[in-house]
Design a protein around this ligand. Structure first.
Ligand code: URA
Length: 259
């Protein structure tokens, strides 16, 4: 197989393309792999250097090779990154699993639970290691980008158990928006479910997906999240899916997510 090596001069392919309507979708090969959710950019560069990636049938060993993920066929370890067939997988993520492809420390990842999906699928947003519940994985990058963009305001619903009993004023602060290190949160819908002697159980709906957002919001109240379960993404619910199992979305569910 012909190969393009990192130090080989392939002028027209390793130089940034001129900006025009056709090129706005082009990215370097390492970015395409990392954006697909399969690896960090550093890992992607080493996989590419190791000759594990082909573009349109040609082995490419330069991470700075420009590709259009919509039209170029990028293949990692013999599996196309972007397949013709769109696949939408709903996984009930258990506690302890990482939302990543490979963990350098060898901890379990959600990919350990995904045998048989047929195509590479990439997580749409992330759930923390100890968060459980609904995780969508797909090879439809346009839908993935739509769902994760804060502008789309797709609703994410979580059940929370807090380490303290929270009073009405504290729940109201969550509703109004809380100042975090990366700026104030948008207003959220918060519903108290019940209080036990020591804890409060509540539901929260947010329309952003910032890193550890719900945990940080609760920490801003002086409490901690003891349990966090995502039950809903837009119109899709986790339903009676068993923990650790996955199912494919129906066409109607996909349409619902996209609108
Ligand atoms: N908010 C969090 O704090 N963690 C998650 O995993 C998801 C949302």
């Amino acid at each position: 197989m012909p190969a393009i090596r990192h130090n080989t001069t392939v002028r027209h392919e390793t130089r940034a393309p001129k900006a025009n309507a056709k090129n706005v979708r082009r990215h370097t090969l390492d970015r395409v792999l990392s954006k697909a959710g399969l690896s960090s950019r550093t890992d992607a560069r080493s996989w590419i250097g190791a000759g594990r990636v082909t573009v349109n049938g040609m082995k490419v060993q330069s991470p700075d090779f420009w590709v259009d993920p919509e039209s170029d066929r990028v293949v990692l370890d013999g599996k196309p990154l972007i397949a013709k067939k769109k696949v939408y997988v709903l996984l009930y993520k258990p506690k302890g699993y990482l939302t990543t492809y490979k963990d350098p420390e060898g901890r379990p990842t959600v990919y350990d639970l995904l045998n048989g999906t047929g195509e590479w699928v990439f997580p749409v947003g992330r759930l923390d290691q100890n968060t459980t519940g609904l995780l969508l994985l797909t090879n439809d990058s346009a839908l993935g980008d739509y769902i994760t963009s804060p502008r789309s305001k797709v609703r994410k619903t979580y059940l929370v158990k807090s380490s303290l009993r929270l009073d009405d004023e504290q729940l109201e602060r969550l509703r109004a928006g809380i100042e975090l290190s990366d700026g104030p949160t948008r207003p959220a819908e918060v519903t108290r479910i019940r209080d036990s002697e020591k804890y409060t159980f509540f539901e929260i709906v947010i329309t952003e997906g910032r890193n550890r957002q719900v945990r940080r919001m609760v920490e801003a109240l002086g409490a901690k999240v003891l349990k966090l379960v995502r039950t809903r993404l837009g119109p899709i619910t986790i339903g009676d899916l068993e923990i650790g199992k996955y199912r494919f979305l129906t066409q109607e569910e996909v349409r619902g997510l996209a609108s």
